[in-house]
Design a protein around this ligand. Structure first.
Ligand code: FAD
Length: 389
């Protein structure tokens, strides 16, 4: 008989399986895709930002109003523990200048392979192409290549991920099985469509660096990329929830100068110069920043220095949810006990992005998934131990 069933083979589910199997319990991990960890591997394509080395108060603050729900999990398995965990799997990490922590190899596959070997040695049985489709009392039903299958485990950990990048398995279809315990999904950490004029075409793919982005009360100082779809990248993701909720985007192209200083530099330039040359020579704006001033400032009656300091974007439309790095929504914390067990289903625990929390990119997502995977795994472990004692 299966003692513990984990559904979903992303970082949250793998961590729960690790906790349960390390304690000597038999674990089956069911994963709908042909292999586990596909979204984790995709995260590795941009370097695999595992966590962020910064004061814990700042780390917690990144989770906004969801921070209290994650505080215990992060206290047990926060940035230091994530780094130690990766190193224990034979993957040294380094901390970048902004505090972001990456594996030295800047990809996920060696870490995932090492983790897979550890789990196999601990006896975890992975069943791929198994889609969880429903439940009936203690029975968990699956679609498998061989037809329907049913398991009746003593404890279950659900770790089915959010609702973006469906082609990697995280399609959010599981929400139909939990109904009123689930808050609606919304995209987070996503790009926005911008109806660029043809003048912007030469700048597609260019990074806009060293600017400050503001959306209502939210602000970021990262960089972003101009693409044929619009704008995307870390600086945008940081404020994407505010933008999604309708706050207008305003760009400060020279955050280290005051408006008066910008005005003085422009005044010192020869009035015979073209606008583009003044921006280039007096303010040293690079081509993409000059193009943005032309594109977004066209027809504005604001003084040029004001535009440089507060360049307004037109109303933005979020890119489709499936393209988002992550989603908010999912299982409500009110439906869960402190150890992430569903109140309505004793013995069933939930972890990772399928819970209703969100955070900006920067390592917070993977850390939150690993930390909640541990809490759910440990909760399931206590339940198993209580059943067998
Ligand atoms: C392009 C990209 C870059 C990213 N970069 C970073 C980064 O650098 N740092 C960071 O912190 N985060 C990053 N993320 C986010 C991070 O990858 C996710 O937050 C994390 O993988 C979520 O972990 P999870 O285990 O909760 O869910 P997932 O990783 O989504 O795993 C859930 C698993 O459950 C399976 N599943 C779903 N439904 C079922 C079902 N019914 N039956 C069986 N199996 C099911 C899925 O196939 C999937 O394998 C990135 C995401 C993307 C898309």
């Amino acid at each position: 008989m299966t003692e513990a069933l984990v559904i979903g083979g992303g970082p949250a589910g793998l961590m729960a399986a690790d906790v349960l199997s390390a304690a000597g319990h038999s674990v089956v991990l069911a994963e709908v895709m042909p292999t586990v960890g596909r979204k984790f591997l995709m995260a590795g394509k941009s370097g695999l930002n595992l966590t962020k080395a910064e004061p814990m108060a700042d780390f917690h603050a990144a989770f906004g109003s969801d921070a209290p729900h994650l505080a215990d999990a992060l206290a047990q398995f926060g940035p230091q523990e994530v780094s130690d965990w990766a190193e224990a799997l034979g993957q040294p990490v380094f901390t970048g200048s902004t505090g972001r922590v990456f594996p030295t190899v800047m990809k996920a596959s060696p870490l995932l392979r090492a983790w897979g070997r550890k789990l196999a040695a601990q006896g975890v049985e992975v069943r791929t192409r198994w889609r969880w489709t429903g439940w009936d009392g203690d029975a968990r039903h699956f679609e498998t290549p061989e037809g329907g299958a049913t398991l009746t485990p003593c404890v279950t950990v659900l770790a089915c991920g959010g609702a973006s990048w469906a082609r990697l398995g995280s399609d959010g279809r599981w929400a139909g099985l939990l109904l009123d315990q689930v808050a609606p999904f919304q995209p987070v950490n996503m790009g926005f469509a911008v109806p660029w004029s043809p003048h912007m075409t030469p700048h597609f793919g260019a990074a806009v660096k060293g600017c400050r982005l503001t959306a209502g009360a939210a602000a970021s100082q990262g960089e972003f990329v101009v693409s044929h779809r619009g704008i995307e990248g870390g600086g945008i993701y940081m404020i994407s929830a505010a933008l999604r909720d309708g706050a207008p985007l305003v760009l400060d192209l020279l955050p280290d100068l005051t408006e008066a200083q910008v005005e003085a530099k422009l005044a010192a330039a020869s009035p015979k110069q073209s606008l583009s040359n003044r921006l280039r020579k007096a303010l040293r704006l690079d081509p993409v920043k000059r193009a943005l001033v032309n594109e977004l400032g066209r027809g504005s009656d604001l003084p040029l220095a004001r535009l440089i300091k507060a360049l307004p974007f037109p109303p933005l439309t979020p890119r489709p949810m499936d393209e988002a790095i992550s989603t908010s929504g999912g299982v409500r914390f009110a439906a869960l006990t402190d150890d992430l067990m569903l109140r309505a289903r004793p013995g069933v625990f939930c972890a990772g992005e399928m819970l209703n929390w969100d955070a900006p990119t920067g390592g917070y997502l993977i850390t939150g998934c690993l930390a909640t995977g541990r809490v759910a795994g440990e909760g399931a472990l206590r339940q198993l131990q209580a059943q067998t004692s």
